[in-house]
Every structure is written in C-alpha cells, then in structure tokens.
Design a protein around this ligand. Structure first.
Ligand code: PRP
Length: 228
C-alpha cells in the first residue's frame, strides 16, 4: 500500500505509530474509537511485514515507525498525527503540536547508579561518564546542574554500561524498576515523568481541522481522566 501523494484530501489522515511496546496499545485505543486497522488482504503474503497499514475503512493510513522517528514524520508533515512517548518527544526537540495525552506508556526518565554507591550529591561527581539513549536530555540535565559529565550515547541495553565499566551513571527509562534491580542499580534522581501523547503537524492541524477534530473528540470521550 502506497500513500496517496498526488492529491490533497483533507478527509484522509496519516498517523505515525511507534513500533514496539506502545504499538498495540495505540491500535487498541484507535479501534475503540472507530479508527481500527482494516483487515489485511488474505492474498498478501507480506501483510505482517507491511509498514503502512490502512484503517478506518481506508480513511486513515498508519505508518509503523521507530519510536524516535515518529516526531520527525510529524514535523515534516509526512504524517498528520503521531503517537509517541513524551520522553522521546522531549529528546527529539521537534516542533509539533501536542493536543492530547494518552492513557498508556507511563514511565520515568531517571539518573541511576550503583546501589552501593557512596551517598554524595550528584554535583560533587567529578566528570562522571553517563550512558544513555537520551543524550540531549541527559546533557541538559547535567549542564543545568553545573556538572561536567561525559555523555555516552547508546542505542539500548543501557544498564549494561555500569556493569561492564563503560559508565559511572546511566540516564534511562524506568517502568517497573526490574531491569535496574536485576543489575544492582538504583534510581538517584527523576528527570521527567512520561506517558504516551498524540502529536500533530502544525499545518495539518489547520488544513485538516474537521478530520482532526473528529478523531480528537472521539479520543477525549474514550479516555477517562482517571486513566491518565
Ligand atoms: C527500557 C528501558 C529499560 C527498561 C525499563 O528498555 O531502557 O532498559 O525498558 O523497564 P523496567 O523498569 O520495566 O525494567 P527496552 O525494553 O525498551 O529496551 P532497550 O534497552 O534495548 O531500549
């Protein structure tokens, strides 16, 4: 399935969804409000591998993107809307509109270190090496506290870094805390609380106002404040 590129149709929405943890929750919420994915063509052997899927009886195209890339698709207007974690959005620094928080993807971005680390303030750390998938947020956090940290950007499995001596501290996401505990690490500071949010391209938000409003109103009615 290719995206329609030649004609502008204000009724047609393209929505970027994050592959992985939040994908199923996002699709389930969208199905609940009448924007579910359409059944795949039974003759399509590649259906499970498709990165563009249709929904809402063809009125929506879903792009399945890496979470960190969702804000890029939305800022450039390739997608009108996107679902992304607030942590990923903050790290990206992309200029998008954020109309709505969604009731899943709750976690926090923390500074963590060894459980048996001497209890001294972070500001007394001398040039700590900090491993993270969030180099921009980590750099801003340490700079904001006057700590000259060496930020080491990793792609994942960040808890490995202190265990093998690559870093003194990590800045990483915590959901249950199990991964930290399993590696003898503890939370030292919280940088930000995060959950999923809906983001919108600023131009699409005006040009496709009717379609956007329909989807947003349905989402707002489906989400109870207590779910957030
Ligand atoms: C995330 C995060 C932690 C873990 C936290 O990693 O970076 O490693 O989940 O979850 P917990 O608090 O419930 O244990 P993810 O599974 O996304 O994999 P990655 O490290 O390879 O990015």
């Amino acid at each position: 399935m290719a995206l329609p590129t030649s004609t502008f149709d204000a009724r047609q929405l393209t929505i970027a969804l994050p592959k992985g943890r939040m994908q199923q929750q996002a699709l389930a919420l969208l199905a609940q409000i009448g924007y579910g994915r359409d059944a795949a063509d039974p003759n399509d052997d590649d259906a499970a591998r498709r990165l563009i899927i249709a929904g809402a009886a063809g009125r929506v195209s879903y792009l399945l993107a890496k979470p960190g890339d969702v804000p890029i698709y939305v800022e450039y207007g390739v997608a009108d809307l996107g679902v992304v974690g607030e942590d990923v959005l903050a790290e990206s620094g992309r200029d998008v509109y954020e109309p709505l928080r969604l009731p899943f993807g709750h976690c926090r971005l923390v500074v963590a270190g060894w459980a048996e680390r001497p209890s001294r303030p972070l500001r007394l750390e001398s040039n700590p090496r900090v491993a993270t998938k969030y180099p921009n947020l980590a750099r801003a956090y340490f700079q904001g506290r006057g700590i000259s940290a060496e930020i080491i950007a990793l792609s994942g499995s960040v808890e490995l870094a202190p265990v093998v001596g690559l870093a003194d501290l990590i800045v990483d996401l915590v959901e249950t805390g199990n991964t930290l505990r399993a590696h003898g690490l503890v939370e030292l500071r919280t940088i930000l609380e995060s959950q999923a949010c809906l983001i919108a391209n600023r131009a699409s938000y005006r040009l496709k106002a009717a379609s956007m409003t329909d989807l947003l109103e349905r989402l707002r009615s489906a989400i109870q404040p207590t779910d957030l």
